[in-house]
Design a protein around this ligand. Structure first.
Ligand SMILES: [Zn+2]
Length: 78
């Protein structure tokens, strides 16, 4: 189960109805709902240098979007 931060509950919640998406820049994200209040939750999974793999996701190992990711100027989220 993926966890995300619900801005309404101001707490971490498991993401309900999580759907994995790939954004234009090749990064993976998960979109879902807060199980408590129903607010939309959006979690960016990253896709580049992932820190220590706490949760094993074998399927992501095959995807190498780095070659097809043009560095768009000025669009790097903090
Ligand atoms: Zn919530």
């Amino acid at each position: 189960m993926l966890e995300g931060y619900c801005v309404k509950c101001k707490a971490k919640k498991p993401i309900s109805e999580a759907v994995e998406e790939v954004m234009k820049n090749g990064r993976k994200a998960v979109k879902g709902k807060c199980p408590t209040c129903g607010a939309v939750m959006f979690k960016i999974l990253g896709g580049k240098a992932a820190p220590a793999a706490a949760s094993v996701a074998p399927e992501t190992a095959e995807v190498r979007p780095d070659a097809a990711a043009p560095a768009a100027a000025g669009t790097s989220p903090a």
